[in-house]
Ligand binder design. Structure first.
Ligand SMILES: Cc1ncc(COP(=O)(O)O)c(C=O)c1O
Length: 406
């Protein structure tokens, strides 16, 4: 999907010439009447706990007017940092507020990491295929990407991680593949980080969307795997990114980074030049949301809704697309990842014919920094109901037949 930018190069920074036009295409697709969008990673708005959030917002402003309406500390609301440190402390890892930075959503966390770790030409060892937003966040830094293949049987990641500024992973129901990284692979990643001295990023928006059972331990916990918890602060190689976006509501734009204090201090310097502070209003709301256990309250109905939709999408794929594609049923998250049986089936082309058939999907090339992976597709199952998912897959099958007829 990479196209040369029409922007005049004397006006804009040079990295804009390397970007792709998929976001523009997605936005344009949103305007097509009757189109079914299974491209994005969007929650169904019906899962937002709107009434509870309205109540929390009103109380936040009334009870904390100076804090919610004024500028706040650069590193975040002290109480929110303390709540997050406490909620992520475990039998393995003891965290203090010094380990926590509040960010304006997970995306800002990715952006700040690029700012503090990457100079031009530096290497990122990125879980492949890679979340599009992470590629977008780091592209202005002009890094070079090395593929970290977590689904292979070879669990030796030392060679891939050596010399990289950081390794980037989404171990729980990855974007785009929906895959869950098993414990053995997680342990191997943590060992490779220790051996190579590489920072290990654990981006975790989807861990709470586990439809089929418990999760393996976090990299954060494994990297502090002491028989007894050491007194904080945590000082290991893992940089953990959390967000409220997929478990409560993305409009709050609240995320957090958990990392060694030295890393948090560097990130604070970058945040200073970025937005000075995250909204005091949404931070106070996040604090009350976490303390009240709202995530846990809404989670069961969210899982029921999304589990049914995942099953409906996979049933439709079985019916309509199995001659041409392979896929796994994801155990969690928001996506089904498909690969064409015949690698010559070009999903950039299928994306375009799909729009004509009124279905929008994500082609795999956008999850590859080089844009060369052109026989995969990412499908979302959380935004649309079962009948819309079935209709979307029928349309995609029609588009596939048209593509193959040439
Ligand atoms: C892997 C991954 N990381 C980070 C994000 C950023 O989410 P937000 O900025 O809404 O917290 C997303 C959103 O889709 C994602 O899929």
């Amino acid at each position: 999907m990479t196209t040369p930018s029409p922007l005049p190069s004397q006006t804009f920074a040079s990295w804009l010439e390397d970007t792709n036009d998929i976001t523009k295409a997605f936005l344009a697709a949103g305007q097509i009447p009757g189109l079914i969008n299974i491209a994005g990673g969007l929650p169904d708005p019906q899962v937002y706990p709107a009434a509870q959030i309205a109540d929390i917002a009103a109380r936040a402003v009334t009870d904390f007017p100076a804090e919610t309406l004024g500028y706040g500390p650069l590193d975040g609301l002290p109480e929110l940092r303390a709540v997050i440190a406490q909620q992520y402390s475990s039998d393995h890892v003891q965290l203090t507020p010094e380990n926590v930075l509040i960010t304006t959503s997970g995306m800002q966390g990715l952006d700040l990491l690029g700012k503090v770790l990457l100079d031009e030409g530096d290497i990122v060892a990125g879980q492949f295929p890679t979340y599009l937003g992470a590629l977008d966040a780091w592209r202005p830094r002009k890094p070079s990407f090395r593929q970290l293949l977590l689904q292979s049987n070879a669990l030796d990641f030392v060679e891939t991680m050596r010399g990289a500024k950081f390794a980037y992973t989404v171990p729980n129901f990855s974007n785009p593949t929906g895959r869950l990284v098993p414990e053995s692979t997680r342990r191997a990643l943590v060992e490779a980080a220790a051996e190579t001295g590489t920072w290990l990023v654990e981006d975790d928006p989807y861990g709470g969307l586990n439809y089929d059972g418990p999760l393996p331990p976090r990299l954060l916990d494994l990297s502090a795997d002491h028989p007894t918890p050491q007194p904080g602060p945590y000082d290991g190689p893992v940089i953990y990114l959390g967000t409220l976006s997929k478990l409560i509501a993305p409009g709050l734009r609240i995320g957090w980074i958990i990392a060694a204090p030295a890393m948090i201090q560097a990130l604070i310097l970058a945040k200073q030049g970025s937005d000075m502070c995250t909204s005091g209003l949404t931070q106070r709301m996040a604090c009350e949301i976490l303390k009240a256990g709202l995530i846990e309250q809404v989670n069961p109905s969210m899982l029921n809704l999304y589990r049914k939709r995942r099953d409906a999408l996979c049933a439709a794929l079985d019916k309509h697309l199995s001659p041409w594609f392979d896929w796994d049923v994801p155990e969690g998250g928001m996506f089904v990842w498909m690969t064409a049986k015949d690698k010559r089936l070009n999903t950039d082309d299928l994306f375009k014919i799909g729009l004509e058939e009124l279905v929008c999907v994500s082609p795999s090339s956008v999850f590859d920094a080089e844009g060369r992976f052109t026989h995969g597709l990412r499908l979302n199952f959380t935004l649309n109901d079962e009948s819309a998912l079935d209709e979307a897959v029928r349309r995609l099958a029609r588009a596939t037949v048209r593509l193959l007829r040439g």
